[in-house]
Write a protein that binds this ligand. Structure first.
Ligand SMILES: C[S@@+](CC[C@H](N)C(=O)[O-])C[C@H]1O[C@@H](n2cnc3c(N)ncnc32)[C@H](O)[C@@H]1O
Ligand code: SF4
Ligand code: SF4
Length: 335
């Protein structure tokens, strides 16, 4: 299903060690430019609908921290979109209250929770004290009121040995789906020694594959895992997932957006929707997608570069110069 991904804000109440966003972690009161304005959201929804987008995937920052979170949901529902959002579960009582009015509840497809440890010690090591209990409690609260839940887990050195336990926990919490993803490198998470060496990524994927068929809930790997295909078929490059940042700009992909180490805007920012229409911005995006595919064709023809294409998202991180850290892909070309 084609989706518009919207980063509703750029503030957060956690400071996760692995996080790839350049997030503002202070008070939000005097920082209105950290929140997507409602009139921009309204414009985007009006322009996106006739292009066949009917679902909004809300991310951030921590989405419920938008001071007008409820009104954003009213707009999304009012334009006939369904939606889901991703959260760290902090202050979930307040979030639950915000989604309960019938118009907002009716269009809610589900809530995705980030869970980065199958045990309290592991999760809290990455996300901060008290976070694990908040996530587990929030998922149980959703079960009680009939809201569909998913778990998103980013795999790193600290939680890598817990894949079986994660799957058991997901079953126990009766989530609908559990998506595992590799962790993209930043100077910070590499400095904290969280990144698993690339040579071990396939073993991680095999561990996830082993649990995929053993449980009633859906277990899968997010895009970014090993692929034999040189041309990526990911949702952003197929225009199935659009990403709009908290400043109202169309960008190539939520995985590259507002990246922690990046200096200024990258080439992945293709159009300011406060100034131009979505169609025009999509035209720019199509140009970029074409360029990306052409570049990968060139890489595929080069025996020294070709191996990198097995990890499409790392190629993007390198291509769009998102981190100053020596690219992990160097590990591959050295092997
Ligand atoms: C940026 S957060 C925004 C939503 C919300 N604050 C949360 O954490 O669920 C979106 C997702 O990106 C994941 N993420 C953060 N840093 C990452 C990285 N370096 N590589 C891959 N995923 C990452 C988070 O764990 C989370 O599941
Ligand atoms: S991963 Fe989510 S909760 Fe953690 S710091 Fe980043 S935006 Fe905040
Ligand atoms: S980072 Fe690149 S390859 Fe990965 S999902 Fe985004 S656009 Fe696709």
């Amino acid at each position: 299903m084609p989706r518009i991904g919207i980063e509703l804000n750029n503030v957060c109440n956690l400071d996760c060690t692995h996080c790839f966003r350049s997030i503002y972690r202070g008070g939000a009161e005097n920082n209105h430019d950290l929140f997507l304005p409602l009139e921009v959201l309204d414009k985007i929804l009006i322009e996106a609908k006739p292009l066949g987008y009917h679902h909004v995937a809300i991310t951030g920052g921590e989405p419920p921290m938008h001071p007008r979170f409820g009104e954003c949901l009213d707009l999304i529902a009012g334009h006939g979109f369904t939606y889901h959002f991703l959260t760290n579960a902090r202050n979930f009582n307040k979030t639950l209250k915000a989604i309960m009015p019938p118009n907002r509840r009716a269009r809610l497809g589900g809530i995705s929770f980030s869970l980065d440890g199958a045990t309290e010690a592991t999760h809290d090591k990455i996300r901060g004290k008290g976070s694990y209990r908040e996530v587990v409690t929030a998922i149980a609260m959703c079960q009680a009121v009939g809201i569909e839940t998913s778990i998103i887990t980013t795999i790193n050195r600290v939680n890598r040995h817990e894949i079986d336990q994660f799957a058991l926990l997901g079953a126990h919490l009766r989530v609908k789906r559990h998506i595992f993803g590799h962790q993209n490198p930043t100077e910070h998470n590499m400095g904290e020694d969280l990144i698993i060496p690339l040579s071990e990524w396939r073993a991680v994927e095999r561990d996830v594959a082993r649990v995929m068929t053993e449980f009633r809930h859906e277990i899968s790997m997010a895009v970014g895992f090993y692929t034999d295909y040189y041309l990526p078929r990911c949702a952003p490059l197929s225009l199935d997932d659009l990403n709009i940042d908290y400043r109202g700009r169309l960008t190539l992909c939520c995985q590259l957006s507002n990246y922690r180490d990046a200096e200024g805007d990258g080439e992945d920012v293709v159009g300011d929707l406060k100034k131009i229409g979505l169609s025009e911005a999509l035209g720019n995006l199509m140009g970029l997608v074409r360029t990306v595919h052409r570049e990968r064709l060139v890489m595929a023809a080069d025996p020294e570069e070709r191996e990198k294409l097995h990890y499409p998202c790392l190629v993007c991180v390198e291509r769009f110069q998102k981190t100053g850290e020596e690219p992990m892909l160097v590990q591959l070309t050295r092997a």
